[in-house]
Design a protein around this ligand. Structure first.
Ligand code: ATP
Ligand code: MG
Ligand code: MG
Length: 376
């Protein structure tokens, strides 16, 4: 079969390779960390993301190239696009690596974003804070994840210190109005080169300390909001000419208004629930989309709650695995454990996740609430 090359060797690449293997594809990954999660299930070229020679070697060993990480060097991606086959293109990376470019693209697709202003000086920041009103969030335009590179401005006194820290980050900045959302949701759409699009059901996302904790599907939103969210994801996928997956994070305001927060052109943590709960997983769908195969059925087969396993949750999880899980049997839930094979356990590091399949999402949440795993 054909070989798929992945820029990035984290858990997303690993799960992509697991899914692609079942369709007969082989995988090779490029990642600087030896024994990366993906490298354990695929061949690995150990080199930095910006290493052009290594990228060329990846290309020489692959029929199709994709990425699992949006902070790979867009110039290297552009080089690969010119010299080999990168169906997603480098343009999508270029757009989604940069919050201002991304917001403009989202607006061009007819979707709403939180009111924002580009910030290049402390004066800009003071003016924008006055104009947008506080609270507001100052974000670096590139490189942020898990809430890193963000400063919340609650009152005027926060502006000076936030500017000092943010301006030292050495990237552009954007100030966003703080949206008092009722819920956060995300929608993952897949599009293939021929134009076919398929959308997964929205997930309702709950973050703890800016790291995704839970994704609940079906999301507890009205049919109107669900339809609108899916429509926006389709419109963004079409307008950006997406190939592969695009994850669209959104805020749902009290009145049902949707604001797009950010995009990710890859499988997304909030889509892990699809692995057992949907007819096709986001990982298989991504492989299908970049290989221009007919897209799979995205329908939800069972209510599910995905809960992340961070470094601090590993010990209690192991105890639970070893001693059995009577409460799960009693509640009638099926917790499906996925660990990513990371050797270094660190607090706050994503080590795995559990898809809790249940008769309804309340029961899945009840199992999580009674479990000692997330009590640390
Ligand atoms: P990720 O790990 O999802 O890539 P990130 O570091 O890129 O995260 P964002 O998704 O922009 O950061 O923000 C992290 C979280 O902070 C959001 O999920 C949301 O809970 C909150 N947040 C961000 N921007 C806003 C906003 N404008 N209004 C209200 N809350 C916000
Ligand atoms: Mg992000
Ligand atoms: Mg986010």
């Amino acid at each position: 079969g054909a070989t798929i090359g992945i820029l990035g060797g984290g858990q997303l690449g690993r799960m992509m390779a697991h899914a692609g293997n079942r369709l007969g594809y082989k995988f090779v990954t490029l990642d600087p960390t030896p024994e990366s999660p993906c490298g354990q299930t695929a061949q690995q070229i150990v080199a930095g993301y910006g290493d052009r020679d290594a990228a060329r070697e990846l290309a020489s060993r692959s029929d199709v190239i994709t990425y699992e990480f949006e902070n790979v060097d867009a110039e290297v991606a552009a080089m690969l696009e010119a010299e080999s086959y990168v169906p997603q293109g480098s343009r999508l990376l270029y757009t989604t690596q940069h919050r201002l470019r991304e917001k403009r693209a989202v607006e061009a697709a007819g979707a709403r974003v939180a009111p924002y202003a580009e910030i290049t000086s402390e004066t800009d920041l003071r003016e924008a804070a006055a104009q947008l009103g506080l609270p507001a969030i100052l974000k670096t335009v590139t490189g942020g994840y898990d809430g890193k590179g963000q400063w919340v401005l609650r009152e005027e006194a926060d502006i000076g210190p936030a500017w000092e820290q943010a301006s030292a980050a050495g990237t552009g900045l954007v100030l966003e109005k703080f949206i008092r959302f009722e819920k956060e949701i995300s929608v993952i759409a897949a599009r293939r080169p021929s134009g076919e699009i398929a959308v997964f059901p929205p997930a309702e996302n709950i973050h703890v300390h800016n790291i995704l904790h839970l994704s609940i599907a079906p999301a507890r939103i009205s049919d109107e909001v669900k339809e609108e969210a899916e429509k926006l994801a389709v419109s963004i996928a079409e307008t950006l000419g997406v190939v592969g997956l695009i994850a669209v994070e959104m805020f749902v305001a009290q009145d049902g208004t949707l604001y797009v927060n950010e995009l990710a052109p890859r499988p997304h943590n909030s889509g892990h629930y699809t692995m057992e709960a949907c007819r096709t997983s986001q990982f298989e769908q991504h492989v299908r989309a970049i290989c221009d195969l007919p897209l799979g059925d995205t329908s939800l087969m069972t209510p599910v709650v995905m809960v992340n396993v961070l470094g601090e949750h590993i010990e209690p999880l192991m105890r639970c695995i070893v001693s059995g899980d009577e409460p799960a049997r009693k509640l009638g839930v099926e917790p499906k454990v996925h660990l990513y094979g990371k050797s270094e356990v660190k607090t706050g590091r994503k080590m795995g996740h559990i898809n809790v399949l249940a008769p309804d999402t309340e029961t899945a949440l009840a199992w999580i609430a009674q479990s000692e795993i997330w009590r640390v």
